[in-house]
Design a protein around this ligand. Sequence first.
Ligand SMILES: Cc1cc2nc3c(=O)[nH]c(=O)nc-3n(C[C@H](O)[C@H](O)[C@H](O)COP(=O)(O)OP(=O)(O)OC[C@H]3O[C@@H](n4cnc5c(N)ncnc54)[C@H](O)[C@@H]3O)c2cc1C
Length: 493
Amino acid sequence: MSTKERVLVAGAGIAGLGAALALGGGEREVTILDRDPPPPELSPDEAFYRWERRGATQLRHSHAFIGRLTSLIRDRYPDLLQELLNEGTRLFGFSDALTPPLMDKYTPVAGDDDLMLLFSRRTTLELVMRRYASRLPGVSFVNNAGVRGLIARREHGRIVVDGLKVECGGHIEEMRADIVVDATGRNTAFPDWLRQEGATVREEESPCGILYFTRHYRLREGQDEPPRDGTPGGGDLGYIKYGVFIADNRHFSVTLATPEIETEMRLAVVKPEIFDAVCLELPGAERWMNPARAEPVSRVFSMGNLQNVWRHFLKDDEPQVLGFFALGDAAVRTNPLYGRGCASGVVEAHILRDTLDAMKDPAKRARLYAHEMRKAIRPYFDSMVRLDLQAIRRAEHERDPAYKPGLRARMMKSFAEDAIAPAARGDLEVGRAISRVFHMLDEPTAFLKRPEIVGRIFKVWAMSKKMKEELGFYPPKFGPERKEMLARIGLAA
Ligand SMILES: Cc1cc2nc3c(=O)[nH]c(=O)nc-3n(C[C@H](O)[C@H](O)[C@H](O)COP(=O)(O)OP(=O)(O)OC[C@H]3O[C@@H](n4cnc5c(N)ncnc54)[C@H](O)[C@@H]3O)c2cc1C
């Protein structure tokens, strides 16, 4: 009989695939269960149009894949990266993203090559990762397998998870394992199942405050991407945020994120003609999706119920459940706008591997995993919660004609808009420091703890607006004010 540790992973989304990469290779027997059918044997384009994937409803939303993920894949799974590139995805590095004021000043330093986005549709990344993972020794996938419950027992006052109840082909099968991993995503039922066993699973929740709307486009025959002239591919107008997500094989998408309270706008942008009309008013989006350059290839996908959620599986720092670990959205959910969900899931899978490698004692494993996960992810979570609450307040102010900001609010706005943002565009060191935060390589406040970076930001703050404008430190205007936008797209303010 095999003495290898048996791992059952519920969910073959990005975190489940991360677990396959991290735990596969032959030292363990890893079985990945997913409620959905297997991915189709199709090209990335065909899969994008035809892959039925009910278990991951965000599949056809824009996804950015940040440096924390891409550098992990490059360093640990170079063959996977090569397969992704062979399928039409591409890497976009720090120097590719420089604004015109910085292009001539750039000299590479150590770490710059970690600051790279992978331009890919989520379908393409998932398809290629899945094919790669299924070839790994020790890894097998079971499709059309819906996990319906836990097999658990009590030992010395703790819950020990021994396996899963899985619905396959119309009947429930009991599958046993040494380790059970919950990677079933945002709607995980595991916390409820654990509660039924007597565990306390505390959930911290905070609203993202936005709704997500995505439409995909393809560059027309003979058309190229617009030139990189410093026009940002995303922006925040308070009443709406937008982003252009470059993808693979001449595809890209535009996402509009509306505050939940922007009722008129959110009801309207789901209509393709309104969605496009809004995009045409946003210079950073228009230059991509205007009908001369690109054609729409999808409807407008929408998504709500976006929450930041952190689940605590320890109680008073004490493990209550042994042989069980949660990864990805099942453990922590964050605002999609920051593009950190997939990186977090894959990083957590590698923390799990290090934990399992480091020790055998189940209680010590549970504690170590929770602590390491917290160290790696929590600073970003806290920062996103804070920024989301600020954005919610800003959106409320946008709708209130009587709102007059106080001194503190004016100073904060000026620090963000006249110091940090122009310094990031005009000062290479500041741009690099902020980019490291964006890519989840440095903690969110790391740059504010470096006196030389803070000094450079204050120097930019002290410059006159006119000088910053002349030097190209300000981005072009993101788009019209709220009232003007509503009028232009035919909605009453
Ligand atoms: C609108 C939107 C946009 C986003 N944009 C980005 C982005 O730009 N960049 C980024 O990094 N992240 C982004 N995210 C977050 C990212 O999609 C998630 O963080 C990531 O998919 C989490 O991976 P996961 O494996 O935990 O969950 P999922 O990818 O959702 O996978 C869960 C899997 O579990 C399976 N499953 C569910 N229940 C069961 C069950 N009972 N039995 C068996 N299988 C089950 C599902 O079929 C699915 O395969 C976005 C999220 C949303 C909602």
